[in-house]
Write a protein of this length. Structure first.
Lengths: 458, 437
């Protein structure tokens, strides 16, 4: 295969940039719902894509099934790309590299019999159910994926990858009359089957938390001081700032470029934010991105100042900057676009306990349900929270959705604790590409005057 | 493909094989500049088997795959599969339905797509020079085929056409994005109507106006209505009912919502996206099916599995998100019944309130209980019957089931949302609005 790829990427004669991606994906998904196997499937996919940029026209992208038709696609692609309308774009070219990136998990999930996987999940489902009499629905969802990728481009790169991914999540639905509460938690990683063993305590906790939500009070809407736990703070920085640092938002928008000019103070001085795809073995990590660019650590904010952004080869070309290894795709069906990898808030020096002291009335927001962003506006929701009154953490509260504005909220972070940790279960959707693993990391963070939705306090 | 189910039959299994073939082509403009062309062609197959002891197996694959291997894989899975109470159905022998295939879309050239793109970009550049426009135009064709162990097969095809425009305006530190889309099964998408909507939204958004926190009447636009519809669709799903996760499980036949609210499914609506002669389990769809009639909950969505579980009959609602997924209860095409007066009149009669067009954070709240709390991505403040301007940094919240009780009026004019839900403007009072300042 490597020889064929080496030959094909040498075909462009008119300065075209050409990229080939071939994938073989085998997944096993199992969903246990109470006492039944609600879903159990094994799927296998083999497909590829070809992307060509002509120096005078635009991008030509085609994705196809099977690997056999690759040569024909390259030949017809090179003919067709020349006929596209004129565009104004380009890419920063790189150094070619040949590499083989293999992964040896401790316990290879491909070798585990299906029966062993199912039995383990059944045991978890029972624990989830038995955690509380209020749990009406206990779901244990397992997925493993072994992806092998051949990548080649006209810079002369030929890379072979093995990309395993495994995840397990627990979802408990608790019910009291018409009141229904859902709580979920889980694990995910670039790992082997060992990751999903020994999670009995987590299963029990998920059932208990769903029950607890039934008895928690809805949090009244208004403007509050908020403490984010490390999990939610990671989601916050992903939504509040991460997306706006993806350079495709502004690579052709001069006004936005002025608004987001590097060196501009954008946040309070306690805040530093980075994205790092080169870290070892997090779900967003990889030595190269999906355009064959080496991944790196990029500081997006340093001590409150805008200090960098995330690039593909194309956005780097358009802005006259350097690629940062952030072009990612969810599969061969889609072209790579600018995405975050592993994004985090750098830890500060304060112990997390100290953050609560001077909050008169606020909320301690914990874990997450989700987040969403539309350029400057964003929302994000904790799974639950606790009232803070007179500096003390009080009763559990729920139904909390926080909202903010990039240009206001980042300036209102006034304390960053020292207890940094990564959360791996997060994923991100952008455009039509959903479900890309994007771990986030953070310590506890304090935010002043955040808008919280919900009924106003009487 | 037929061979796969024949082998399954020979092994004494019930089986169905779902095959979905899609090709699509699209072009993209970024900030008014042509960016590129994308073509995709994919086939996915999902094989479902039921053993004589009623255990279910599933294996999905992309061709080519040896038929006997597919059956072996599905059988291996079935050793641990759910014990199911339904059987793979027989398909009708006469095929009276028509495909919704528009040859003009099948033959649509890149040049024609570029013409549409240039028109949209050019017009907006003239009327709103300060705005940067992204455009995406997609045309394609989809075929669905089903084969079963009775050696029957059915198939249908449809085309689709989708145009979306995202217009961004940056003024000082205010970033506005207006997103408008139109999707349909044939070439007759009204591009100028789409353009008009983008321009109107841009014009109405010119001024940012403050709003005080409090309770207001809210006029949801057709796309804004989705925040209220999603929890309802969750509650009507046979799967959620079967697992005791729906607040509607014992509410069928009861009046829960405003008498103004009626919802029907129209699976065979010509050219609507989602229209189909049969669902993804091969069950023929009815022409029309009432889900909510004048506030009374009449019916939900049942696939074979959830129908068997709850002692009901399938409502031809078994749909697959992809060939790699098993069927789940879903909808084909929906219509919310409209009212008598135009949306303009509804706005004119609003003393003070909010028009909500798009929201941020749908699905981030507890959809099971109906609770919602969302950032308003695009919304307008109305005072004295006139739109004063756009609101910013504002959230709305409430409970969708309560809100559907509190519908005050529905507009006469409707619009298709994502080509598959026809919705009017919906006036709901009161809705909690929280503002940052």
């Amino acid at each position: 295969m490597r020889e064929i790829l080496r030959d094909l990427v040498r075909r462009p004669q008119n300065g075209e940039y050409l990229e080939i991606r071939l994938e073989h994906i085998v997944t096993t998904s199992i969903r246990i719902h109470n006492t039944t196997v609600e879903r159990l499937k094994v799927t296998e996919e083999r497909g590829g894509s070809l992307r060509i940029l002509h120096p005078k026209t635009g991008w030509w992208f085609v994705s196809f099934q099977g690997w056999d038709s690759l040569k024909e696609h390259v030949a017809s692609g090179l003919r067709s790309v020349a006929l596209l309308p004129q565009s104004r774009t380009g890419v920063i070219r790189g150094e070619g590299t040949e590499e083989e990136i293999r992964f040896s998990p401790r316990e290879d999930f491909r070798e585990k019999p299906l029966g062993e996987k199912v039995q383990l999940l059944f045991a978890y489902a029972r624990m989830l159910r038995e955690a509380s009499p209020f749990v009406v629905s206990a779901v244990v969802e397992y997925r493993d994926e072994w992806r092998t990728v051949y990548f080649a481009n006209s810079d002369g790169s030929v890379i072979f990858w093995e990309k395993p991914d495994i995840s397990l999540s627990f979802v408990a639905t608790a019910r009291k009359g018409d009141q229904i509460e859902v709580y979920r938690d889980g694990v995910a990683g670039k790992a082997g089957f060992e990751l999903v063993r020994g999670l009995e305590e987590l299963a029990h906790r998920v059932g208990k938390q769903a029950e607890a939500l039934l008895f928690a009070r809805p949090f009244p809407g208004g403007v509050y001081d908020v403490i984010l736990d490390p999990v939610l703070a990671g989601v916050f920085i992903h939504e509040a700032f991460g997306h706006l640092s993806e350079a495709d938002f502004l690579s052709r928008n001069e006004r936005l470029q002025k608004l987001m000019v590097l060196g501009k103070p954008i946040a309070s001085p306690v805040l530093s934010v980075f994205d790092d795809g080169s870290l070892e073995d997090l779900r967003g990590s990889s030595p190269y991105d999906d355009e064959g660019t080496r991944t790196q650590r990029t500081y997006l904010i340093r001590k409150g100042y805008l200090s960098g952004r995330l690039h593909s080869r194309e956005t780097a070309f358009l802005l006259g900057e350097s690629p940062t290894g952030n072009a990612r795709t969810i599969s061969y069906r889609f072209p790579p676009i600018v995405r975050m990898t592993n994004t985090g808030i750098e830890p500060g020096t304060v112990p997390p306990e100290d953050l609560f002291a001077d909050i008169e009335r606020g909320v301690y927001a914990v874990e997450y349900v989700g987040g969403n962003t539309a350029l400057e506006l964003f929302t994000f929701s904790p799974a639950y929270g606790y009232l803070i009154e007179g500096g003390k953490v009080g009763e559990m509260v729920k139904d909390i959705v926080l909202s903010g504005n990039l240009f206001q909220t980042l300036g209102k972070i006034d304390a960053v604790a020292n207890d940094f940790r990564w959360t791996e279960v997060g994923w991100c959707g952008k455009g039509e590409q959903m479900g890309l693993p994007t771990p986030t990391g953070s310590p506890h963070v304090r935010l002043r005057e955040v808008l919280v939705g919900g009924q106003c306090h009487a | 493909m037929r061979e796969v189910v024949s082998i399954a039959r020979a092994r004494g299994l019930q089986a169905d094989l779902f095959v979905r073939r899609v090709w699509e082509k699209s072009i993209e403009y970024e900030a008014g500049v042509f960016r590129g062309y994308v073509a995709r062609e994919h086939t996915g197959c999902g094989l479902r088997v039921i053993r004589p002891d009623k255990r279910l197996g599933f294996y999905a694959f992309t061709p080519p795959c040896a038929p006997s291997e597919a059956v072996e894989q599905a059988l291996e899975v079935s050793a641990f599969g759910d014990v199911v109470d339904f059987t793979i159905p027989s398909y009708p022998s006469t095929t009276e339905w028509r495909d919704f295939v528009d040859p003009r879309l099948e033959e649509l050239s890149v040049r024609e797509m570029v013409e549409v793109g240039e028109h949209l970009v050019g017009q907006l550049k003239t009327t709103h020079p300060e705005v940067l426009t992204n455009v995406r135009i997609v045309a394609g064709r989809e075929e669905r085929e089903l084969f079963n162990h009775h050696e029957e097969e059915i198939r249908f095809a449809r085309t689709f056409f989708d145009i979306s425009v995202e217009a961004t305006r940056v003024k000082d530190d205010d970033i506005l994005t207006v997103y408008v889309e139109r999707s349909w099964g044939n070439r007759d998408l009204d591009v100028d109507d789409l353009l008009k909507e983008v321009e109107l939204k841009l014009d109405l958004s010119e001024r940012v106006v403050p709003i005080q926190s409090g309770q207001y009447p809210v006029l949801f636009t057709p796309s804004g209505c989705m925040v209220l519809l999603h929890p309802l669709l969750y509650g009507l799903s046979g799967r959620n009912i079967a697992f005791g996760k729906s607040p509607l499980q014992d509410k069928f036949g009861k009046v829960l919502f405003s008498s103004l609210f009626s919802l029907v499914e129209v699976p065979q609506e010509p050219w609507a996206l989602g229209s189909c002669p049969f669902d993804d389990e091969g069950i023929l769809t009815p022409e029309e099916r009432v889900l909510v009639e004048s506030g009374k909950v009449e019916d939900g969505f049942w696939d074979l599995w959830s129908a068997a579980r709850t002692g009901r009959r399938t409502t031809a609602s078994g749909f697959r998100r992809s060939p790699w997924d098993m069927p789940e209860p879903g909808f084909s095409v929906l219509k919310i019944k409209n009212g008598l007066r135009d949306r303009e009149t509804l706005v004119e009669e609003l003393e003070e309130g909010l028009v909500v067009d798009s929201l941020l954070g749908l699905g981030q709240s507890n959809i099971a209980s109906g609770f919602f709390s969302c950032g308003v991505q695009l919304g307008f403040y109305v005072k004295g019957g006139e739109i004063q301007g756009r609101v910013k940094n504002v959230m709305i919240s409430g409970n969708a089931y309560e809100a559907l009780k509190n519908i005050k009026e529905l507009s006469r004019d409707c619009r298709w949302v994502q080509g598959s839900i026809l919705a009017p403007y919906m006036l709901v009072e009161p809705i909690q609005v929280n503002a940052a300042s």
